[in-house]
Design a protein around this ligand. Structure first.
Ligand SMILES: Cc1ncc(COP(=O)(O)O)c(C=O)c1O
Length: 334
C-alpha cells in the first residue's frame, strides 16, 4: 500500500499526537482509552478534513483547476477547511452553505465556521435546505466555467475514494505510533457522517492487516445511509489502492442511538460528554460530531461493550469552532 503513488500536497501537521485519556478511563472504570488528536491537524483550526484535502487539492491541481467548489451545512467544518486549503494552495473557493439544521441560536449564522469561511476569503452561496447538494454544486461549477474558470468539485465531506486516502494515511500513522509505543489497539471509535473517514480507516487497517476494528458513531440520524455510503467508499478506496483482499463485508460498523433527533441538534448526553471530557482531560470536543461520539463511547463502556483489557482509541476529528455557535445549548448546564 504505497500512498506515494497518489498526488498529495502537505497541509496537515502530522503525525498528530496519540495520547492516553488516563483520567477518563479511570472515571469510567473501563478499558484503556487513548485519543488520536486529529483536531490538531493545524490548518485553520484543524480537523479531519485536512487529511482528505491533501489528496483532493493535489488532484484539483493535477487537473489544472483554478477554483474549488464544495458545500455543507452553515457550520460545516469540511467547508471551512476547504476554504483554508484553497487559500493556501492559491485556488479560488466557492462554497455552498445550506440551512440544514433547525437551530436558532443567534450566533449560528455569524460565528464559528461561517465566520472563518469569510475570513479565509471564500465566496459563499447561502440557501435553504432541501435542494440536492450535488446538483447545486454542479450549478455553481457551471457558473465558474461560464466566467472562464476551471472548477474542481469536492463532494460533501470530501468523501470519495480520493479523500478517503487521507484516512488510509491516518491508519498507517496510528499503527506506527502504537507499535512504537508498544500499544496494541483493539478499536478506533470515531464520528461518521458522509463516511469517508470510516472508509479510509477500514480500507487502511485492512490493507495493513492490522486487526483493528473501527466503530463509527452515527451523528446524522440515518445509520442506513451512513453505512451504505461508507461501504461504497471502502470498495472504491480498496480498488484505488489495489488491495489484494477486500475488507470484510461487515467491517463497516455504525452504532446508532447517539445522534438525537437530527443532525446538529444538541442532546443532553452530548452536553454531559463535552463537559466531562473538558473537566477531566482539558480536552475540548464539539457539539455536532465528537461530543455525540464521546457520548456513544461512554455508553458503550457503561453497557459493557468493551472488555476491561481492551485498548480503545477515540479519534478526535475536530469541529470545535462550531461550539461557539451552540453557546445557548450549554447555558445552565453545570
Ligand atoms: C468534526 C467532524 N467530525 C467527523 C466528521 C465526519 O466525517 P465523515 O464525513 O468523513 O464521515 C465531520 C464531517 O463533516 C466533521 O466535521
Amino acid at each position: 500500500m504505497q500512498l506515494s503513488r497518489f498526488p498529495r500536497v502537505r497541509l496537515a501537521h502530522a503525525p498528530t499526537p496519540l495520547e492516553p485519556l488516563t483520567a477518563l478511563s479511570k472515571h469510567l472504570g473501563g478499558p484503556r482509552l487513548f485519543v488520536k488528536r486529529d483536531d490538531s491537524t493545524g490548518l485553520a483550526l484543524g480537523g479531519n478534513k485536512t487529511r482528505k484535502l491533501e489528496f483532493l487539492i493535489a488532484d484539483a491541481l493535477a487537473e489544472g483547476a483554478d477554483t474549488v467548489v464544495t458545500g455543507g451545512g452553515i457550520q460545516s467544518n469540511h467547508v471551512r477547511q476547504t476554504a483554508a486549503a484553497a487559500a493556501k494552495s492559491g485556488l479560488a473557493c466557492e462554497l455552498l452553505l445550506q440551512r440544514a439544521v433547525p437551530w436558532n441560536d443567534p450566533d449560528y449564522e455569524q460565528t464559528g465556521n461561517v465566520f472563518l469561511d469569510r475570513l479565509l476569503g471564500a465566496r459563499l452561496h447561502i440557501e435553504e435546505a432541501g435542494r440536492d447538494r450535488m446538483t447545486e454544486l454542479t450549478r455553481i461549477a457551471g457558473e465558474v466555467e461560464a466566467r472562464g474558470g476551471k472548477p474542481y468539485v469536492i463532494p460533501g465531506g470530501g468523501s470519495n475514494a480520493t479523500g478517503a486516502l487521507g484516512y488510509v494515511a491516518c491508519a498507517q500513522e496510528m499503527l506506527s505510533q502504537a507499535n512504537d509505543a508498544g500499544i496494541a489497539i483493539d478499536y478506533v471509535v470515531h464520528p461518521t457522517g458522509s463516511g469517508g473517514t470510516q472508509a479510509g480507516l477500514v480500507a487502511g487497517f485492512a490493507g495493513l492487516n492490522a486487526g483493528v476494528a473501527t466503530i463509527g458513531i452515527d451523528i446524522v440520524a440515518d445509520a442506513d445511509e451512513v453505512t451504505r455510503s461508507a461501504t461504497e467508499i471502502v470498495g472504491a478506496t480498496a480498488d484505488k489502492l489495489g488491495l489484494d483482499t477486500m475488507p470484510a463485508q461487515d467491517a463497516v460498523v455504525v452504532k446508532t442511538g447517539y445522534s438525537g433527533e437530527a443532525y446538529g441538534l444538541p442532546t443532553p448526553e452530548m452536553i454531559e460528554a463535552v463537559e466531562l471530557t473538558a473537566r477531566l482531560e482539558g480536552l475540548v470536543l464539539d457539539p455536532v460530531y465528537t461530543g455525540k461520539t464521546m457520548a456513544g463511547l461512554i455508553d458503550l463502556v457503561r453497557t459493557g461493550f468493551f472488555r476491561p483489557e481492551d485498548t480503545v482509541v477515540f479519534l478526535h476529528t475536530g469541529g470545535m469552532p462550531a461550539l461557539f455557535a451552540y453557546r445557548s445549548a450549554f447555558e445552565g448546564a453545570d
